[in-house]
Design a protein around this ligand. Sequence first.
Ligand SMILES: [Zn+2]
Length: 274
Amino acid sequence: MQRTLALFLGLALTAGITSGCAAQRISAEKAVAQAFISDEQEEQIGAQVKKELEQKEKIQYVQDPAIMEYVNRVVTPILRAANKDRKGVKWKVHVINDPKTVNAFATPGGYLYVYTGLLLAADTEAEVAGVLAHEAGHVVGRHSARAMVHAYGLQTITQLALGKDPGTAAKIAAQLVGGGALLAHGRSEETEADEYGARYAAAANYDPKGLITFFQKLRKMQGDTPGVLKWLSTHPTNADRIRHLEQYIAQKNLRGTETGTERLAPIKKQLGGK
Ligand SMILES: [Zn+2]
């Protein structure tokens, strides 16, 4: 059965690639990812990526339990909503102590990373929620797993699935971190993550427009603080992106009453912000 499936998906993948249609290729790669990369394998790669980040990128985690508790409280209802779309993800949230970097990202296996710099750049809790919900959307959409299929091809992914080469996950993780493939997603996947993000933020009763105001703020900050806005560099934002998100929110009638400004303010102070 698995061989037939592999053959079929291989053909689909080849057809998608040779037809030159990006949307078709992406959906073929996604089908391969879904069929061959199990939750356990994603988890295995995510754990390896974490090790790589700690050793090579020397990331340091926030130790202050009040900050951790704050982030967990924001993210928990969001992840509950995300789990309705993709069951079986065991989310792990890490706060990176780096006040100068405005960034957040997700890796396979449901690992979410958020930098203290992003908390400091946000004006409302709804903005933080919007970014984290967007990142959870990348996990639900299996975007990293899809990118892995794209980068390594069916053969390597099948090897990973069959567990033939125990070093495959480690090799993939090392290259993911080294090559920056972790962070860059295609435009269609960004749109998908924006939509998931707006839905999950609203499900957690946050104003779903938090992601929009955060995008607008980063665009304004761009000129003053080059190199700091990592999230913006992997999330190119133009008027179209914002318009699409506004239309989606209106169309789906998404709403939430919380902005949470008063809860974020003391956290920012504790992090040394204004
Ligand atoms: Zn994204």
